[in-house]
Design a protein around this ligand. Structure first.
Ligand code: T3D
Length: 257
């Protein structure tokens, strides 16, 4: 079986990290394959992306056995070839990306989940900034996203202490959108993903882009961007359909254009 399973169904690109016996730890091959799959999600056939892990974990981050191999790629290569492109591809993808965190998410595994647009976890899942425990700094965008999600103090403590956080606690802190009981996790997460895949895809993509800009913009700059992106959204077919359906008192049928 490939280390990343990929399928497009109902306009959803399903990406499953598939090294369950290693808790889906990232080998170089898996990171590169994930990049290829994220590129395939640029297709118009995909209107929402769903990332999850096979077996009991989401991902344990970097495969430490592979990194300990003296013949393996060096640190610079790992970050620049494996993780940074994954984060950029998720953020640059013009459609929503849902992280369905089915189990433990550690190190780069946690931070890949946290850069997604909507993070949903099973109640038994957990999050750990495992880096400090092996003498590393948090990578894969962790130092960018985590303080913005939960505030500088909590992020700093979690990163330095390497404390494992339950899904319940992660939701309470605002690190993730929601958790669901394990029994209903798949059903509920898929239902949210299907709903997103039937929404106005371009409008959702513009929302993603404007939200990202807000991290560095002043209010003046951000208001200007909202003006620009709202005009783009108003030119989409889905906007016309949304207004028409509202006035005709019927459910809209969006085609993602
Ligand atoms: O140079 C660089 O590394 C640069 C890149 C950095 C990016 C990073 O992601 S650094 C952070 C790497 N990840 C970690 O440090 C996490 C290591 N794993 C753990 O702390 C724990 O395994 C977990 C908290 C994730 C889960 O704990 P638990 O008790 O549920 O499972 P376990 O028993 O520790 O692990 C189960 C198996 O998975 C075990 O193998 P075995 O003994 O059954 O053959 C374990 O060795 C393996 N495993 C877990 N994590 C990794 C791993 N194998 C390779 N790499 C891993 N990251």
């Amino acid at each position: 079986m490939p280390s990343v399973i990929f399928e497009i169904k109902d306009s959803i690109g399903f990406i499953t990290l598939n090294r369950p016996d290693k808790l889906n730890a990232f080998s170089r091959e898996m990171a590169l394959l994930m990049q290829e799959r994220l590129d395939e999600c640029k297709s118009n056939k995909v209107r929402c992306v769903y990332i999850t892990g096979a077996g009991k974990a989401f991902s344990a981050g970097q495969d430490l056995a592979e990194v300990a191999n003296p013949d393996g790629s060096g640190m610079k290569k790992i970050i620049s070839e494996q993780y940074n492109p994954v984060i950029k591809k998720i953020r640059e993808l013009e459609k929503p990306v849902v992280a369905a965190v089915n189990g433990v998410a550690a190190g780069a595994g946690a931070n890949i989940a946290l850069c997604c647009d909507i993070v949903i976890a099973a109640q038994s899942a957990s999050f750990i900034q495992a880096f400090s425990k092996i003498g590393l700094i948090p990578d894969s965008g962790g130092t960018y996203f985590l303080p913005r999600l939960i505030g500088w103090q909590k992020a700093s403590a979690l990163m330095m202490l390497g404390e494992k956080i339950s899904a319940t606690e992660a939701e309470r802190m605002g690190m993730i959108y929601k958790f669901f009981p394990d029994e209903t996790f798949s059903e509920n997460t898929l239902s949210i993903t299907k709903f997103l895949a039937e929404m106005p895809t371009k409008g959702i993509a513009f929302t993603k882009q404007v939200l990202s800009l807000s991290f560095t913009n002043t209010l003046e700059q951000q208001l200007h961007q909202e003006d620009i992106y709202q005009q783009k959204a108003a030119e989409t077919e889905d906007y016309k359909e949304g207004v028409k359906a509202f006035l005709e008192k019927r459910i809209p049928k969006f085609n993602g254009e």
